[in-house]
Design a protein around this ligand. Sequence first.
Ligand code: DHY
Length: 328
Amino acid sequence: MTDFNIIRVARTVLNVKDLDRSRKFYVDALGFIETERTDEAIYLRGLEEHTHHSLVLKKSEQYGVHALGYKVESNEDLDRLQALFQSKGLKTKWLEEGTQHALGRALHVHDISGMPLEFFCKMDAAERMLQRYDLYKGAKIQRIDHVNCSVPDVEKAYNFFVNELGFACSEYTATDQDRIWAAWLHRKQTVHDQAFMNGEGPCLHHIGFWLPDPMAIIHCCDVLASLGYAAIIERGPGRHGLSNAFFLYLRDPDGYRIELYSGDYLTSDPDFKPIRWDLNDPRRQTFWGTKAPDSWFNETAPFLDIETGDPVGTSAPTLEQKKPEFMI
Ligand code: DHY
């Protein structure tokens, strides 16, 4: 048991080169709601979200991803989290209320893999648009679902998130030698808030957004093609073996990978047993056996340091980064 309560992954902040170009993609094509726009940033939320934003696009020439934002239950949880990170010798930094738009006091840290994380308990409210069907557009984005990161040592990241931060594992991929190659970890009662995959890192692999149903994904493919975005569809649509969700992977105008995701399952019972997938089982990625393209394995986005804003240094993966046998 931890002495703090992390509720869920709640927001991500991406640097983008051209706000108008990004707005066309996220608002006009994918159907995000624009809560606010300034000269420096666009604040976006899904139709179900009653908070100010779950995605911030910040104008910058520096490609990269700011600290991944987790919502916690109380202000005291933030102090307890700082004590934990400090006790492990990890970097922490306070951002007092008012420093970040629409957000209360926040704690920024680098975790055991060097990945920047943010914890906060307060965000401005916004109108929930779930039953404004007249505003449903594109992919009908409902809410942020998860973040997936590439890290050099998945077992180290797994142990930190499970033993220190109180996450539970829903599913994992293991090698022939029973080493954990990838893990899906959750605080909310779905398959994941946070996934880790073996690879050069720490880097962001993708941000997953929840859609109401698989037809929203199919319809989004049609909308993307109509708007001239067909080339940015990277993988899918398909059904994941692992998680059982229906999916589509896209690359946004700056190159960040977005997953449209719908239909995983409840993981609330404490006696739920993590599901093991063999790295060489072709159905774990796409249940129908379809291969993922090389770019999906090889391309990620850099994280930015919480102090300097420069890209965080990366290390090569500890497990051999060979592709599963069925893909060769
Ligand atoms: C998988 C990837 C995801 C996810 C669920 C399952 C498995 C895979 O395709 O490797 O991004 O959300």
